[in-house]
Design a protein around this ligand. Structure first.
Ligand code: NVA
Length: 203
């Protein structure tokens, strides 16, 4: 069973009451299938995972939470720049740190991207949060991945996004369409990693 829900408790309740494997295809807390494609993409583009420096800019949401878990498992050194009140889930950070992960939560995007190999962002308003749209767009104003921010990263830094993107909000057209953007290879890798996941569970 592949499930995409809002409340994470819904998928947990379902999984507790069935004998079949349940794949989390996104909840408001986690997006693990995305994280699989993300680490595949980083490996593909940077040749390794351990020690790669990644910066996540924006909302400490489901994508950020799963990226923290993936970083903890693979040795990616991850700094997240989030506005106050929009940090990732505390328990997830705590577990990652207890595993020896190099995870930092800061608020300044410019500091986060300094010397980074990867810049990652996601929407400011996730599915189900449409009512908070105005408030969120105000809170995330300085968290856009644009040319200026990209200029502060390493010259070979790649740009990632789980898609769909809100162009002109969390990412500008020129960055999204630049040769540094790997978002469509990343999207393709969702297919390969999810096929691998199904194969592993069905075998
Ligand atoms: N954070 C976004 C991810 C979409 C793939 C959302 O939950 O809507």
């Amino acid at each position: 069973m592949v499930m995409r829900t809002y409340g994470h408790d819904e998928i947990e309740t379902f999984a507790e009451n069935t004998t079949m494997p349940v794949i989390n295809a996104l909840t408001d807390l986690h997006h693990p299938c995305q994280a699989l494609a993300d680490v595949m993409t980083i490996k593909e583009k940077k040749g390794r995972l351990k020690g790669v420096r990644a910066a996540y800019i924006g909302d400490g949401n489901n994508v950020a939470n799963s990226l923290i878990e993936a970083a903890a498992l693979t040795g990616v050194d991850l700094t997240l720049a989030c506005p106050k009140g929009y940090e990732p889930e505390r328990a997830i950070i705590k577990t990652a740190l207890s595993m020896g992960a190099k995870i930092k939560i800061i608020s300044d995007p410019g500091n986060a991207v300094k010397n980074t190999d990867v810049i990652y962002t996601d929407v400011w308003v996730s599915m189900g949060q449409e009512k908070e749209s105005i408030k969120r767009k105000r809170a995330f104003k300085g968290y856009q991945v644009n040319k200026r921010l990209l200029g502060l990263a390493r010259p070979d830094a790649i740009v990632m996004h789980c898609l769909p993107a809100h162009r002109g909000e969390e990412i500008t057209d020129d960055v999204m369409d630049s040769p540094r953007s790997v978002v469509f290879d990343q999207a393709e890798n969702r297919l390969h990693t999810q096929k691998a996941l199904l194969e592993m569970l069905i075998r």
